[in-house]
Every structure is written in C-alpha cells, then in structure tokens.
Design a protein around this ligand. Structure first.
Ligand code: OGA
Ligand code: NI
Length: 318
C-alpha cells in the first residue's frame, strides 16, 4: 500500500557522483529526504532535546516572560497561525542578535539551554553549507555559487516546536482545511532555502506527494531535510518545495527542531542561469528575500487575508 517513501541518503561521501545523484532525485521527486552520517554528534542532539523538554515543561507564565513580539522575533510563542489557522503547538525561536531590539531571549532557570542552542545552531550552519554546495553542483553551478547570498548576515534561525497532546486531532485526506479538530502545523512550504529538522520518535510529520500524504518515519540516526521556496525558484521549478504538515495525536506530545537556513535579507533570488533554456524559460521574476519575509511574517500574527506565496512571483505563460 505504502510503496513509496521519503528517500534516506547516507551523506558520508556527499560529493560522490552516486550520492549527488540520489540527492538530485530526492529533490526532483520529493523535495524531502532524510540524511544519515550527517556528522552532528548524538551527544549534542540528546543534550538539546533534554533541555527543550525542560523548557516547555515550565509553567506558561514563565515561558511567556520571554515571549516573541512584533519588534523582536526571538523567543516563546504559542499563538502561531499557518495559513491563517491556529496551530496546536508552542514554539521557541532563536536567531542571532541584530541591533538593540532583535535579541535572543533565554530562559532564566535553565542555564545550559543557551549553550546547547548556540552549539546546535553552529553545527546546523556547517551542515547546511555542505548541502548547499552539493545542491549548487547539482544545478550545474560551481559548488560555492549559491553560498554567495548567505555570508555572515544570513537570516537563518532555529525553532523548537512542542506539539502538546491534542484531544481532537485532524488529518484531512487531501489539501482541504480541517472542518474541526487541529493540526500541529497546517500545510505549508518553508519559505527559505533549506530546512534541517530533528524530530523525536513520535510520528507526525507528513508530506504531500503524488496526491496523498506520506508519513516521514522517525529515525534516530537521521535528520530530515527539505528544500524551501528559494531552492524551487533557483532550480526554475525542476525541484519542488513540498507541502508538509504535522499532525497531532491524543496519546503523546511530540517535539521537533527545525533549523531554517535562509540567506541575507538583501539577497535577490531568481532561477540560476544553468536552469534556464529556450525550452524552459525563467518561471519567476527576481524576488527580494527581505521583502518576501516581511510579507509572510505579517500573516503569522493575524488574519490578513491570503498569505504571500512564491506563486505570486510566477511569470505567467504568454
Ligand atoms: C515547520 C515544520 C514540522 C515538524 O516548523 O516548518 O514543518 O515536524 N515542522 O515539526
Ligand atoms: Ni515546515
């Protein structure tokens, strides 16, 4: 019945032609894959997971002392909307300081939290650059081509997701919104370049492919990688940023940690030259990441009507 499943790729030898081929196929057909032998130590992962449990186990009032705000995107949040529908989750977002207002906020009673988050953020950065170089090669460009939009001011961030036990889980069969009940995260694509996701052993992440939802089987030895809208644009639609969602359940809470690898806000992105031809002209206009991000963010706080999508930048066929 479930003959197709999300590819698992051993990246020990990431630049081998065989591995690059597997990666290319996964990006074409899924936009999602799991990686093993990724080089991030189990000890680092276990430490961060433990501290994340400790963080979310705190009383709500304590967590809200370090709430995210319109001015400062880093901190705790429990009222997120995806596609203008409330998600059944709590999050903690961490990103680097930027000026006086944008500052990470740390839980006062969990001293090790800060170090564990910082260490993992840096490990994800390193791994993301490796994946980006492989992607760049697969798109026919030099390995360092795509990295030029990142640099020291890339806008990546780390999110800790907590999906509490839910009395009425929803899981629509197709792309319709739930009539009642809740998803952990409603269906969406990630807006940035790459997402590296650490999930625990409670299943919940699903990907829409070939007309139905597929579960991403939790694996202790793997990280889940998905390409975001930016990679879809660079690849001129050869690769697809897949729709995904997280379902809730009545039995056990679920935790996950996505690292969103995003370029500098000043970066403009468009299909790369090697992916454009007479038969397949550029499908997108140039997009400024900062602008796109601002518009998308506005939708996270309130129902402002339709959320901005990458499709709004499509060049329509003539
Ligand atoms: C996200 C996301 C999935 C998960 O936070 O963007 O897709 O399994 N999370 O938590
Ligand atoms: Ni996502």
């Amino acid at each position: 019945m479930n003959s197709k499943s999300v590819p698992v790729i051993d990246i020990q030898q990431l630049n081998n032609p065989e591995t690059l081929y597997e990666l290319d196929q996964a990006c074409r057909h899924w936009g999602f894959f799991q990686i093993t032998n990724h080089g991030i130590s189990e000890i680092m992962l276990a430490r961060l997971s433990g501290l994340m449990h400790e963080f979310f186990a705190q009383p709500a009032a304590k967590k809200r002392m370090i709430s995210r705000s319109r001015e400062n995107p880093w901190g705790f949040f429990d009222r997120e909307l995806t596609k203008n529908t409330p998600d059944w989750k709590e999050v903690y977002d961490y990103g680097p300081a930027d000026g006086e207002l944008i500052q990470p906020q740390w839980p006062h009673d969990i001293p090790d939290f800060r170090h564990a988050v910082n260490d993992y953020f840096m490990a994800c950065e390193t791994l993301s650059y490796r994946l980006l170089a492989a992607l760049s090669t697969n798109l026919g460009m030099s390995p360092d081509f795509l990295a030029s939009g990142f640099g020291s001011e890339h806008s990546s961030f780390l999110r800790l997701n907590y999906y509490p036990v839910c009395p009425n889980p929803a899981s629509p069969e197709g792309l319709e919104n739930p009539d009642d009940g809740h998803l952990g995260v409603n269906q969406h694509t990630d807006a940035g370049a790459l997402t590296l996701l650490l999930q625990d052993d409670q299943p919940g992440l699903e990907i829409f492919n070939d007309g139905r939802w597929h579960l991403v089987e939790p694996r202790r030895d793997a990280l889940v990688i998905n390409i975001g809208d930016i990679v879809q644009v660079w690849s001129n639609d050869t690769y697809r940023a897949a729709l995904h969602r997280a379902v809730t359940n009545t039995e056990r809470a679920r935790y996950s940690i996505p690292f969103f690898f995003n370029p500098d806000y000043r970066t403009n992105y468009a299909p790369v030259p090697t992916m454009i031809s007479d038969d397949h002209p550029a499908q997108y206009k140039k997009i400024n990441w900062g602008e796109f991000r601002d518009q998308r963010h506005a939708g996270d706080y309130a129902n402002y009507g339709e959320e901005v999508q990458i499709s709004h930048y499509k060049i329509s066929a003539t």
